[in-house]
Design a protein around this ligand. Structure first.
Ligand code: SF4
Length: 372
């Protein structure tokens, strides 16, 4: 059996299987490079089932690249809310604006131009060029590296950039002529549906007969991947500042800065404390919060130190651990005029983009107050 026969076996087997079983996903109904791009960005770190309703809403609201490029950022974030990793949405819009200005609104066809767009890495470049334009470019993500490691019984650490580059070369060499779109999607589908991380269904695998990993009994050991560092906990006190009088039923919230983590999203005012010790005693948290908010001209009383909620927000490298203290504002109208601060009630809640953790805390609070 020659290497060419092997490649043909793999490519043909995979394509035959894919054409029979492929899932009918909304982004597979079109070859529009913009739609494919949106779906690929949404699918990073996020499950297909979660992405489907977001994708549908997003392309409904921003049906073309120009609609996205011209939309206010708040609106884009609002349609991304709940998907997390919000820099993806910001980068996508920044790149859409670049495509609108520089390429007349048409996603370019050259690898160099696509990969230079903000937020578009080698995987997304390959996915766009192959799926939308049928160019023989590999699209290698964690799923594909797992399949290739197992099929070829490769023991290189897939966390290493050099391994990824090698896998891209291998994946490219496997693409059957003129079939890049289906082949790349077939490889992704195999990783998602059959060659799954913990329990690959080898008996159902369309290329299982010649899978070297399976033949050597190593399918569950592969791929080799060194562990990522554990997310670092960060301890925070937040204030749930309830309004009264003209602001009764509302809560004071603020907008995050224009850049950085969760940029421009809305949140409960909060502070970070240096370690867990400083997160244990509510009275200390109250004093620290009062002092920090006073620097913004927001005078609050949190001295009762009552913890009214607790939640956490998991990022790739960090976990925010948040305890919430009940509080009241001393000058409600004055506070309402502070830049970046706003009183928000349940009726306006949906007009703002919230990170999940604050959406959860505020939803619980508003539900509770409605029941009172
Ligand atoms: S035979 Fe098993 S390990 Fe090999 S590619 Fe198929 S599902 Fe993966």
């Amino acid at each position: 059996m020659t290497a060419t026969d092997d490649k043909r076996y793999f490519g043909e087997g995979l394509l035959r299987w894919y054409r029979k079983v492929r899932r009918d996903l909304p982004w597979r109904r079109s070859r529009d490079p913009y739609h494919i791009w949106v779906s690929e960005i949404m699918l990073q770190q996020t499950r297909v089932d979660t992405v489907i309703p977001y994708f549908n809403r997003f392309v409904d609201r921003f049906p073309t690249l120009r609609h996205l490029a011209e939309a206010p950022e708040d609106d884009v974030l609002k349609h991304w809310e709940g998907l997390g990793y919000y820099s993806r949405a910001r980068n996508l819009q920044a790149a859409a604006r670049e495509v609108a200005e520089r390429y007349g609104g048409e996603v370019p066809r050259s690898k160099a131009e696509v990969s230079a767009l903000k937020g578009v890495g080698p995987y997304t470049t390959g996915a766009i060029l192959s799926i939308a334009y049928d160019q023989p470019e590999p699209a290698v993500d964690g799923n594909v590296m797992r399949v290739l490691s197992r099929y070829f019984c490769l023991e290189d650490d897939i966390a290493r950039p050099a391994t990824r580059i090698g896998m891209e070369g291998l994946a490219q060499s496997l693409i059957p002529e003129g079939q890049a779109a289906d082949f790349n999607q077939a490889l992704m589908e195999l990783g998602a549906m059959v060659c799954t991380p913990k329990s690959p269904s080898c008996p159902e695998c369309p290329v299982g007969e010649r899978c070297e990993g399976r033949l050597q009994g190593k399918e569950r050991e592969l791929p080799v991947k060194t562990k990522a560092k554990k997310a670092r906990p960060v301890f925070r006190w937040a204030a749930l500042i309830e309004g009264s009088g003209a602001f009764a039923g509302k809560v004071l919230v603020r907008q995050r800065p224009e850049t950085g983590l969760l940029a421009q999203m809305w949140e409960l005012p909060h502070i970070e404390v240096p370690d867990e010790d400083a997160w244990i005693r509510p009275e200390e948290g109250a004093a620290l919060l009062e002092a920090a908010l006073a620097e913004d001209g927001v005078l609050v009383k949190a001295a009762s130190g009552e913890v009214v909620g607790e939640a956490q927000h998991i990022f790739t490298h960090l976990v925010w651990k948040i305890k919430v203290l009940g509080a009241s504002a001393l000058e409600e109208q004055y506070v309402a005029d502070r830049t970046g601060y706003r009183w928000v009630g349940p009726e306006e809640f949906e007009n703002y983009a919230w990170p999940n953790v604050f959406r959860k805390l505020l939803t619980e609070y508003f539900l509770l107050t409605l029941r009172r």
